[in-house]
Design a binder for this molecule. Structure first.
Ligand code: NDP
Length: 482
């Protein structure tokens, strides 16, 4: 008798990466013990198993890291020939490529994202960022014509847990290309690829202190923000913490860039290629379990095609494979932490309570670990929390519209403004919509596409400053008159 076709398990081997039992702080080119003496355990969210002990950097550790970065800045890095700086960045990029499997497996183990994504998106894009900014290092005067660019100094960089290695690359590559030194704090739940990156830094022969990595929770981040010898803070994370950082820095003269939350509209017109659009909707919200600041978490569908789109979407959602992130056939991996799972669950419950209609495909979840079934809400009013707040999980809210103006009104009806998507066959409509959407990035007939040459950043409560492209250099240079 015929049985349903299914995939055989295809797990990626995890022994490619050697995880130490415990890690110190990477300061001045070597691992040192935290003076705080505090440590915590970082886990695999798919198995709820401990992976390693990492250090909780305290005030004295932050001070030591900033001191190492200052010394490296003053003792040669900032005055090194730019073409020499470029060589280090090229070396880092090549090493990331050579060790890509190791990084991909570790990213997946520590963060819960599918190996297919860490292997095909996170790691290659991280390497691409280093290649791209290596190219700028000796061409800064062409990036800023008629100005004399010089580095800002020591940059404090704080990153979130959704794209740990990629966010590290977004932060470190432009800073180094422009001649700055850095102290970077990865997120509490995902420190391991940043700690493996320290090994790449050493392999590349980067002078000690140019890159310092300190682990810890929000307290470490707050110490870094308020350290008096830091010249610039670059932060990616929640709008709430971004606002707190902005308050702390007001009046200090320190530079600040913030890349914060989002609640993007993905807008489907009736002339869109529907099967392609459905793939874009799925990629827009279920990629990386929806832990994406630019996720297309509000779907705006033109009323005339609503039934068709929802039917196709539900059919497609039933084929998504949720489970072991190390399996090459997995589409949706584990939720990053228990805390995040609780936040998603609470917001989904609010959607049900407020009166939206929930759909979740039948799905068998692993017994251990943090999981959430891909979810879509229809019958959503704009005032519902699920239409207003960043859920940061695999949860889509669907709204409808009748005219392009209504779509713009609804899309812009949010405190955020990071990204948007437009699906239509008319080029003129794409351009008209892109002009009116208050979003830093507008994708047309695609979604979640990234390129190191393309600037990324927000409007309104999604933050300010751009990362990527020539724009991404600006926060890291002081421009004197030529
Ligand atoms: P946070 O904004 O708290 O975390 C981002 C980074 O900032 C982490 O490294 C964090 O450390 C650090 N941090 C926390 N508090 C401070 C502080 N007072 N000063 C300086 N640095 C600090 O995000 P969470 O991880 O707590 O996630 C909460 C929510 O934020 C999510 O549910 C999601 O909605 C949103 N979020 C949005 C992101 C985006 O890119 N738009 C990214 C991450 C989260 P630690 O890891 O210890 O908290």
């Amino acid at each position: 008798m015929a049985t349903a076709w299914d995939y055989a398990p295809a797990p990626e081997a995890r022994d490619i990466v050697k995880i130490q039992d415990r890690y110190g702080l990477f300061i001045g080119g070597k691992f040192v013990e935290p003076t705080s003496g505090e440590r915590y355990t970082t886990i695999d969210p798919a198995r709820e198993e401990p992976l390693a002990e990492v250090a909780q950097a305290g005030k004295a550790d932050v001070d030591r890291a900033v001191g190492a970065a200052r010394d490296a800045f003053s003792n040669g890095w900032s005055t090194l020939r730019p073409s020499e700086r470029a060589k280090y960045l090229f070396r880092i990029a090549r090493l990331l490529q050579e060790r890509s499997r190791e990084f991909a497996v570790l990213e997946t183990l520590n963060g819960g994202k599918p190996i297919r994504e860490s292997r095909d998106v996170d790691v290659p894009l991280a390497a691409a960022h280093f290649f791209y900014y290596a190219g700028w290092a000796d061409k800064l005067e062409y990036a800023f014509p008629n100005r004399k660019p010089r580095p800002v100094g020591v940059a404090g960089q704080i990153i979130p847990w959704n794209f740990p290695l990629l966010m590290l690359a977004w932060k470190i590559a432009p800073a180094l290309a422009a001649g700055n030194t850095v102290v970077l704090k990865p997120a509490e739940t995902t420190p391991l690829t940043a700690l493996l990156f320290c090994d790449v830094v050493r392999q590349a022969g980067l002078p000690p202190g140019v890159v310092n990595i300190i682990t810890g929770d929000g307290r470490t981040g707050a110490e870094l923000v308020s350290h008096p010898d830091v010249n610039k803070i670059a932060f990616t994370g929640s709008t709430e913490v971004g606002k707190a950082i902005q308050k702390t820095l007001a009046g200090t003269g320190k530079r600040l860039t913030l890349e914060l939350g989002g609640k993007a509209a993905n807008i489907i017109f009736d002339d869109a290629p529907l099967d392609q659009a459905v793939e874009g909707i799925v990629n827009g919200i279920y990629f990386n379990q929806g832990h994406v600041c630019c996720a297309g978490s509000r779907l705006l569908v033109e009323e005339s095609i609503y039934e068709t789109v929802i039917a196709k979407l539900k059919r497609r959602m039933a084929t998504l494979r949720v489970g072991d992130p190390l399996d090459k056939n997995t589409d949706v991996g584990a939720i990053n932490s228990k805390q995040q799972l609780e936040k998603i669950s609470a917001l989904v419950q609010s959607g049900v309570d407020e009166g939206a209609e929930i759909f979740q495909p039948p799905c068998k979840l692993p017994e251990r670990g943090y999981w959430f079934v891909p979810t879509v809400f229809t019958n959503v009013a704009q005032s519902y929390r699920i239409a207003q707040e960043e859920i940061f999980g695999p949860v889509l809210s669907v709204l409808t519209f009748r005219t392009p103006d209504e779509a713009i009104e609804k899309a812009n009806n949010t405190p955020y403004g990071l990204s948007a998507g437009v699906w239509t066959e008319k080029g003129s409509r794409i351009l008209a919509m892109a002009q009116k959407l208050r979003a830093g990035v507008v994708w047309a007939n695609t979604y979640n596409r990234f390129d190191p040459a393309s600037p990324f950043g927000g409007y309104k409560e999604s933050g300010f400053g751009r990362e990527g492209g020539r724009h991404g250099l600006e926060p890291y240079v002081v421009l004197d008159d030529a």
